[in-house]
Design a protein around this ligand. Structure first.
Ligand code: NAD
Length: 490
């Protein structure tokens, strides 16, 4: 199936100043269905000149009183309206995500679409809470009145990856608009369709023209033009650590504000007292969901040596039981990975894992699929912490398994990578849970649960997993600047 019959594609143009425009380049980018490798449409490839127009449009709207002086309650109503429109299009958005990204449509309807709607609803509430503090400054208190003002940062250049195209775009747009910023969004060139549909819905909701602009195109042209544009005040980036580092270096030219949500190599730690009925499926799904293409996927299984064989056997059984295939089928749990290039990269990591001493206990193939970019859930056992597959982000359905002797060794192994995005802990002892949560260097620690992402819970990374926190109060204030005001009283 190339495209479901009842699915209409969004406008494949650039959204600039409220209008859909063609890019100035003739070259266009193919959209490929990962389930069969077929090209089903094309998107525009924005040039530096197109990005410049989009940034100018965002600047004009940022300075326009219609947006700048909009009543906070009215701004909140607009965001709530976007949430409702997303919910109204839930099925279509899920199908679009499946077509463009490969992920099972029923899982996109369960996770991606609600996540996008909920962040708009949550951030709608913050619009009325952009506030400062009165300050008790030292000296003669009767002489000065001092306070802080919290103000929108300005024009935001947002760049998002392909693994959660709609949700990642929504996180950034909702937070920035709630704070009163304007934005130029560049979706991933391999999955731009749901961001474009979101652009249509945002216009339909009545968000003023130019508050959100969307430029589709490649990272090295459109993305580079955005991160180096002198009139962009902040870059909000989600993607690989390598590109994140490049953005941070670029930002040094004019000290743009930068927030980075980057890669991960998160541990799943199973203590000897864990409830294995919960921990085994939890450990499996925290790596195999979305075919392992999750930045905080529990890609390193660390298991106490006394229960290592039992847990490994249990997780392998779950891995083998997950139906693999086209994401348009309701039964599919494992869809294709995003591209042939990514499939080859993952297979290469599996080979490296074997050559460096790991043993494949399940998976390693393409699940018997005759087309598309498939990788079976794969487990590499007895992985040594020195191995590449223990250290590097594979971003596919590949789990390494390593035994440990005691809690100190578990902590040491958990922290032995350059990343620090997430961690999953399984133990029924509350002291053990708190001790691990405190000691592990990660932005989020899930205890006896996994994959709980909520608009109220700040999300981000330690170490090379990023800088800053998205969503929650921190994700809102990240789009603001604080100003101190000191007034001498008569
Ligand atoms: P990527 O870094 O290759 O691309 C991400 C985005 O950056 C794309 O839109 C791309 O076009 C753009 N880009 C590439 N080069 C650029 C440049 N020179 N200048 C400006 N923009 C540029 O990442 P990807 O392959 O799309 O996504 C996978 C990565 O994203 C993984 O490492 C994953 O862990 C990470 N990720 C992190 C989070 C998080 O919240 N921490 C969430 C999802 C994905």
């Amino acid at each position: 199936m190339t495209m479901p019959e009842n699915l209409t594609l969004p406008t494949r143009k650039l959204l600039i100043g409220g209008d859909w425009k063609s890019a100035t380049a003739e070259e266009r980018i193919e959209s490929i269905n990962p389930a069969n490798g077929e090209v089903f449409t094309h998107i525009e490839s924005a040039t530096e000149a197109d990005v410049d127009q989009a940034v100018k449009s965002a600047r004009r709207t940022f300075e326009n009183p219609v947006w700048r002086r909009m009543r906070p309650l009215d701004r909140g109503k607009l965001l709530e309206r976007v949430a409702q429109l997303i919910e109204g299009q839930a099925e279509e958005l899920a199908l679009l995500e499946c077509l463009d990204n490969g992920k099972p449509a029923h899982l996109a309807a369960m996770v991606d679409v609600p996540s996008a709607a909920e962040i708009f609803r949550y951030m709608a509430g913050w619009c009325t809470k952009l506030s400062g503090k009165t300050l008790s400054i030292s000296g003669d208190g009767s002489q000065f009145h001092a306070y802080t003002l919290r103000q929108p940062l300005g024009v935001v250049g947002a760049i998002v990856p392909w693994n959660y195209p709609l949700a990642m775009a929504a996180w950034k747009i909702a937070s920035a608009l709630a704070a009163g910023c304007t934005m130029v969004l560049k979706p991933s060139e391999v999955t731009s369709l749901t961001a474009l549909r979101l652009g249509e819905l945002i216009l339909e909701a009545g968000v003023p023209e130019g508050a959100l602009n969307i430029v589709t195109g490649s990272g090295h042209t459109a993305g580079q033009a955005l991160i180096s544009h002198p009139d962009v005040d902040k870059v909000a980036f989600t993607g690989s650590t390598a590109v994140g580092k490049h953005i941070l270096r670029e930002s040094a030219n004019d000290l743009k504000r930068v927030s980075l949500e980057l890669g991960g190599k998160s541990p799943t730690i199973v203590m000897p007292d864990a409830d294995l009925e919960q921990a085994i499926p939890g450990a499996a799904m925290s790596i195999f969901f979305n075919s392992g293409q999750i930045c905080f996927a529990g890609s390193r299984l660390l298991v106490h040596k006394d229960i290592y064989d039992t847990v490994l056997a249990g997780v392998s059984e779950v891995a083998r039981s997950l139906p693999i295939g086209n994401g348009m089928n309701q039964e599919t749990m494992i869809g294709p990975v995003i591209s042939e290039q990514q499939r080859l990269r993952i297979m290469n990591y599996i080979d490296i894992g074997i050559s460096e001493g790991s043993e494949v206990v399940t998976g390693g193939g393409n699940g018997g699929q005759d087309k598309g970019f498939f990788v079976e859930p794969t487990i590499l056992a007895n992985t040594d912490p020195q191995q590449k597959v223990f250290q590097e982000e594979i971003f596919g359905p590949v789990l390494t398994a390593t035994p440990f002797g005691d809690i100190d060794e578990a902590i040491e192994l958990a922290n032995r990578t350059h990343y620090g995005l997430g961690a999953n802990i399984w133990s029924q002892n509350v002291s053990t849970c708190h001790r691990l949560a405190e000691a592990i260097n990660a932005g989020t620690v899930w205890t006896n649960c996994y994959f709980v992402i909520d608009p109220a819970m700040p999300f981000g990374g330690f170490k090379e997993s990023g800088i800053g926190r998205e969503v929650g109060e921190e994700g809102f204030t990240m789009y603001t600047e604080s100003k101190s005001v000191c007034v001498k009283l008569d």
